[in-house]
Structures are given as structure tokens and as C-alpha cells.
Design a protein around this ligand. Structure first.
Ligand code: ARG
Length: 274
């Protein structure tokens, strides 16, 4: 038994040394919990020894800045993935519509940004397992003539809709409303800016994900979220199609975190049950 342990420790040291020699790290992905089932997987990361996450930290409670730090559900999930892989987490904040490019170009390892899985995005990146559900909702002023999502599609409707640029709220309303001649879409760099435009009467409503919608409506007087949902969608991490080994390692780590309840505990911490 002692001999076996010593042998395993020697093996671990060899693996650790090997890990130092390359740009990413060496991860052990356990198939069965049995040592003999372990496969060493080598991958490279954007920054040596780090898991680099690209995000747009203006999307509470998934990612936002608090005390000069980026916090939130996605930041914590990424932290847990990084820990499993023995990497240090680095978060790069950018415009939402730069995230996919950063991942594709290998500048970031994973885009985690409350990002919805869509067929178009799937052409550019590979998505990890989905870790949350998002709902596109409509924010209006308390005295708004718009009382349900259907009002946006009514014949003769002429609504100005505020969205965050290149989000699914932007894509859907562009197709469903602007392209159908039922109004126009005003695109903002941040969701909060779109909500501010609603408050000042520049747009008639905002289409955005339900959790940031709640946070924005709570922070500004005189706004409400319509009861009817615009669309229900899945959030997942976006990764490069060209780094399969890293994809496998990150996705395996995420799946373990989903299976053992870690992801749920993180989500519940930020989104208390109603
Ligand atoms: N779920 C929407 C989408 O994928 C919005 C995500 C916006 N995320 C952010 N961090 N700003 O298009």
C-alpha cells in the first residue's frame, strides 16, 4: 500500500512538472474515480496558468462590478471551474458584442456573460453545457399603453424598443418588430442605458433578460416588467471551436459543478427563490 502511494505521488509530481512546461496546464479528468481510469489531458489557455473569462460586467446578477471587482453568478461559476482545473481566474470586461470575437481569436478561453445559446452563435463558437435559463421580458413605464407582449405585434403598432446591442433582445425585436414595420430598435452599449432611455421617454419599452430587468426596475422608480414573456432561452459558456482539449476539460468541470449542486448554490445565492 505504501509503495503504491509513493508511486502515485511520483506520478503526480511528474504530471505537475509536465504541467509547468506548457502554456496551459495538465488536468486529470477522472472517468471512474479509479486512479487507473485517469487520463491526462493537455491543453493551452489564452494566458499561461489562467482561465481567462470574457464578459460584459453590466448584467446583474450574472456579472457586475462591486467594490471595483467583477462579481456575480458567472464570475463565481468561472472561479469554480478554474479551481477544478488548477488555474487562476482572470476576468476581462468588454462590450457584449466583442465577447465571441475574443473567444474565437483565442484572447479569452470562455465567454461567460448570461449568453444565450443561438444557432447563429453556434456557427462561431462551441457552447458548454447550459447552466441557467433566461427569459426575455419587456420593461415599460408604470403608465404605459403597452400592457402585454402581444401589443408589440399588433397591427399598426409603432413601438421604439431599447435593447443592449447584439443581445438576443436586439436580434428578436429586429426580426419581429423592426423588419415587420411595427417600430424601430434603438441599440445601447449597456442594458442600463436602454433602461435609462425608457425612463427619459426616448424609447417605449426595453426588451432584456429577466434577472437584470428586475435589478434595473428595482433601482429606478416608475418602471415595471410585463407579466407575459417574450422568449425563454438557455445560457451557456462560449468557447473556441479550435481548442477541443480545453473545451473538454472546462465542460467536464462545469458538468461536475452542475451535478454536485455547486452551480445551483451559486445561482440561489444571487437569485433568492420568490
Ligand atoms: N442573454 C442575452 C444574449 O445572450 C443577453 C446577454 C447579455 N449579457 C451581458 N453580460 N451583458 O444575447
Amino acid at each position: 500500500m505504501k509503495k503504491f502511494l509513493a508511486m502515485m505521488m511520483a506520478l503526480a509530481m511528474v504530471l505537475a512538472l509536465a504541467a509547468c512546461g506548457n502554456n496551459g496546464g495538465e488536468a486529470s479528468v477522472s472517468g471512474s474515480g479509479d486512479v487507473s481510469g485517469e487520463i491526462a489531458v493537455t491543453y493551452t489557455t489564452a494566458n499561461e496558468g489562467k482561465l481567462t473569462m470574457a464578459t460584459n460586467a453590466a448584467f446583474p446578477p450574472y456579472e457586475y462590478v462591486e467594490g471595483g471587482k467583477i462579481v456575480g453568478i458567472d464570475a463565481e461559476i468561472a472561479g469554480a471551474i478554474a479551481e477544478k482545473l488548477g488555474l487562476e481566474l482572470q476576468i476581462d470586461d468588454m462590450e457584449f458584442d466583442s465577447i465571441i470575437e475574443a473567444v474565437k481569436g483565442g484572447k479569452a478561453d470562455i465567454g461567460l456573460a448570461g449568453m444565450t445559446v443561438t444557432d447563429e452563435r453556434k456557427e462561431a463558437v462551441d457552447f458548454t453545457a447550459s447552466y441557467a435559463t433566461g427569459v426575455q421580458v419587456v420593461i415599460v413605464t408604470e403608465d404605459s399603453a403597452i400592457t402585454s407582449v402581444d401589443d408589440l405585434f399588433a397591427e399598426g403598432a409603432n413601438t421604439t424598443i431599447g435593447v443592449q446591442r447584439n443581445t438576443t433582445g436586439d436580434l428578436y425585436t429586429t426580426w419581429d418588430i423592426q423588419d415587420e414595420g411595427l417600430g424601430k430598435v434603438d441599440r445601447y452599449s449597456k442594458g442600463a442605458d436602454a433602461v435609462q432611455a425608457l425612463k427619459t421617454g426616448k424609447v417605449d419599452c426595453v426588451v432584456i433578460d429577466n434577472e437584470p430587468a428586475k435589478a434595473f426596475v428595482n433601482a429606478i422608480e416608475g418602471l415595471k416588467i410585463l407579466d407575459t414573456e417574450y422568449a425563454v432561452e438557455d445560457y451557456a459558456g462560449a468557447m473556441s471551436k479550435d481548442n477541443t482539449a480545453l473545451y473538454e476539460a472546462v465542460n467536464a468541470a462545469l458538468e461536475e459543478l452542475i451535478a454536485d449542486g455547486t452551480v445551483k448554490a451559486i445561482v440561489d445565492k444571487y437569485i433568492p427563490a420568490e
